[in-house]
Design a protein around this ligand. Structure first.
Ligand code: 13P
Ligand code: SF4
Length: 301
């Protein structure tokens, strides 16, 4: 039996599903029961009937699955697969900010640790951030941790957004100059960028979308060529699902090392030894669930 067959067998025996983020290695994407962006994966985790979820992504995603389905066993095959942006703000940092801006509502990007979600009013993902921000009634909105996503949302509202100074080191590496050069090289291509990119890159874009937003857009578009401003893992899926179209990274390929940690062998061992199970304090699960449910209730996509 090869490793993929072993994984399939164990998955059936243990009544498990494999959820995979769009940035994972191609061979991991190929074994997914469900492949998607952060919002789609959160939705899938909330509704699955499986007993066990193997999460191929980073820790905040597996934590989100656990918060939404606390009765299930949620496994992160590589325990060190974290998100550096999520680690840029602590629950204590947020408590201090809330005291400074009393009365402001807190929108936290899903890329946060569970205790930060527990201190927030509502979550958002890159697919729904603008919609969520528009729904907040207070004049001031604290937005954590991504300063770029916060600045992007600010373009669509008159409310004052108070950003935390976090950022994604992968998207931050996408430079305006290299994107301009890529556009010159492929003048007929549409530029799709992720809202974690810096404002100068966003200004050059034809569309600003989440990872699955890019997939949906490229599928429907009658254009043939696309420049993609996000982590390079998405290009594999874009090409696979759109064989007649061309996709190029906007500048050099940028890779998230945490997203690329998980291998087929890690998934096999994760299922076999039921490791590494996400454990969170009950109080954190309860408060963070309110924040996530507020998001899931408030959006249509
Ligand atoms: P989405 O897939 O939700 O667009 O998120 C991108 C990301 O950086 C996740 O870590
Ligand atoms: Fe975090 Fe950026 Fe990696 Fe996503 S791509 S997991 S935001 S570091």
């Amino acid at each position: 039996m090869n490793i993929v067959e072993k994984i399939t067998k164990l998955k059936k025996e243990k009544n498990a599903i494999i959820l995979v983020h769009n940035y994972q290695r191609p061979e991991i994407q190929n074994i997914a029961d469900f492949l998607g962006d952060s919002l789609e994966l959160a939705r899938e985790a909330a509704k699955t009937d499986a007993r066990m979820i193997v999460f191929c992504g980073v820790r905040f995603m597996a934590e989100t699955a656990k918060i939404l389905s606390p009765e299930k066993k949620v496994l992160l095959p590589r325990k060190e697969a974290g998100c550096p942006m999520a680690d840029m703000i602590t629950a204590e940092d947020l408590r201090i900010l809330k005291e400074k801006y009393l009365g402001a509502k807190v929108v936290s990007y899903v890329n946060t640790n569970a205790d930060v979600k527990a201190e927030s009013d509502i979550c958002c993902t890159s697919a729904n951030a603008i919609e969520i921000v528009k729904k907040i009634k207070t004049k001031k909105i604290i937005f954590t941790p991504d300063k770029n996503l916060a600045a992007y949302c600010q373009r669509f509202t008159d409310k004052e957004i108070i950003p935390w100074n976090g950022y994604c080191y992968v998207h931050e590496k996408i430079r305006e100059e290299e994107v301009r050069l890529a556009k010159e090289k492929f003048p007929d291509a549409l530029l799709l960028v992720h809202p974690e990119c810096n404002p100068a890159v966003i200004d050059l874009a034809d569309e600003v979308l989440s990872t699955s937003g890019m997939l949906n857009f490229a599928k429907k578009s009658d254009k043939k060529r696309f420049l993609i401003g996000t982590e390079e893992g998405l290009i594999y899926r874009l090409k696979k699902e759109n064989p007649g179209k061309e996709f190029y990274t906007a500048g050099t390929a940028k890779m998230c090392r945490n997203m690329k940690l998980t291998t087929l062998n890690d998934v096999y061992l994760s299922l076999k030894e039921e490791r590494y199970a996400i454990e969170l304090p009950e109080g954190i699960i309860k408060s963070a669930r309110k924040t996530l449910k507020a998001m899931l209730r408030n959006i249509h996509r």
